[in-house]
Design a protein around this ligand. Structure first.
Ligand SMILES: Nc1ncnc2c1ncn2[C@@H]1O[C@H](COP(=O)(O)OP(=O)(O)OP(=O)(O)O)[C@@H](O)[C@H]1O
Ligand SMILES: [Mg+2]
Length: 372
């Protein structure tokens, strides 16, 4: 392009930018936070930026070499696919909202691309509003949890020291009064101290950074052990535990004892939700979609036949100290959430009307079959 009258320095800069333009454009595309697809005139994907590849993984497209038409990669419905193809072929700007795989809404913008004056395809920007909102919600929840956890851990630490002294003197008292009213009172105090110790242990767990000693963990056998531990207390309430493990479910990386705490809490809550009995359905399987790191996902579903969770209660169940139970501390789900987030996973909860509650824990799989 001929330049106007320029100083020699400006002309030199201009030349540098022109020469380096491909690199600059590449950097912009690669670092763009939103999914961006370069497609040819038949909407065949020619290039995808990292945010776009992440979107495709979430959509479960699962292939890294972009050879398919964009509408197929995104899994959008027929009319939206036709509109997208039409706009790209005609070299027209267009914006549409299409529903992608698994019912996610995708806001798609088509920006025509001309090369040497000729229509050459389009730059298509795709926003996944649910994922963006989810990211923000996760960040807010994470930050809120982190500051709450710091406070809680500080308090727990302070409570522990005097508690150790109290327990020591109580043991002395216990050896002095072995029967009568005093012995009964001492026993009650001792029980209550055990309860406080349980709470402080939970509070410390809440604030702990993700553990370094992660090991491969088979969810099937972990859930079998968990159900075995809880079967007796379930039977006391007339509840049954039904466990289905999909063969070939990949392992995940975790500290098994800590992850078991999560399932003890979830299955425990499910049993407690059915005072008149019923069945807790536990399923372990490989999930669709991909973790942020690109690996597959494994999931554990815990569904009960209790009354479910009222809509006004649902947003609060992961809050520390939120409980609707007379003897509850409200730490079970908060601790579980923090453990699962620490492993790069997520706990989701659903409670459709007139059904029981369903908690789903999704964790990154260690290796997914077919992907090395
Ligand atoms: N399966 C379920 N069905 C109905 N409500 C549930 C279920 N799971 C959790 N909840 C609700 O979420 C609240 C918080 O659960 P959470 O496990 O954190 O604490 P908790 O069970 O009340 O006490 P804790 O686990 O500390 O003994 C419960 O009090 C209950 O209201
Ligand atoms: Mg609980």
């Amino acid at each position: 392009m001929p330049a106007g009258p320029q100083t020699p320095a400006a002309a030199a800069w201009d030349a540098v930018w022109r020469v380096q333009w491909p690199e600059i454009a590449d950097a912009v595309i690669e670092q763009w936070q939103e999914p961006l697809f370069l497609v040819d005139r038949r909407t065949v994907v020619q290039h995808v930026n990292p945010a776009g590849r992440q979107l495709l993984r979430r959509q479960g497209t699962g292939e890294d070499s972009p050879v398919w038409p964009l509408s197929h990669a995104l899994g959008v419905d027929g009319p939206s696919a036709m509109r997208l193809a039409g706009a790209v072929a005609a070299g027209q700007k267009d914006a549409l909202v299409a529903s992608g795989r698994e019912g996610t809404d995708l806001a798609i913008t088509v920006n025509p691309l001309r090369l040497r004056g000729q229509p050459a395809g389009a730059v298509v920007m795709v926003r996944d509003p649910t994922a963006a909102e989810q990211r923000i919600a996760d960040q807010v929840r994470g930050q809120r949890m982190a500051s709450l956890a710091r406070l809680a851990a500080g308090a727990a630490h302070e409570i522990r020291n005097p508690l150790t002294a109290i327990r020591g003197f109580l043991q002395l008292l216990q050896s002095e009064c072995r029967e009568g009213t005093a012995a009964r009172y001492v026993e009650i105090v001792s029980q209550e101290i055990r309860r406080i110790e349980g709470i402080t242990a939970d509070l410390l767990l809440l604030s702990r950074a993700p553990a370094a000693d992660l090991r491969p963990c088979e969810l099937g056998s972990l859930l079998r052990d968990t159900c075995d531990l809880l079967r007796a207390s379930a039977a006391d309430r007339g509840a049954r535990l039904d466990l289905a493990v999909q063969p070939g479910t990949p392992a995940c990386l975790a500290v098994p004892e800590r992850l078991q705490q999560v399932f003890l809490n979830l299955v425990g809550n499910a049993i407690e939700a059915m005072p008149h009995g019923g069945t807790v359905h536990v399923a372990v399987r490989q999930a669709t979609g991909r973790a942020d790191g690109g690996t597959g996902l494994v999931e554990v579903e815990v569904e009960d036949e209790g009354p479910g969770i009222p809509p006004e209660v649902l947003p609060r169940v992961f809050d520390p100290f939120f409980t609707t139970k007379a003897g509850g501390t409200g730490l079970g789900l908060a601790v579980s959430d923090s453990i699962v987030l620490g492993l790069g996973g997520r706990i989701a909860v659903e409670s459709p009307p007139a059904r029981g509650a369903k908690f789903t824990v999704r964790l990154p799989a260690l290796a997914s079959p077919g992907h090395g």
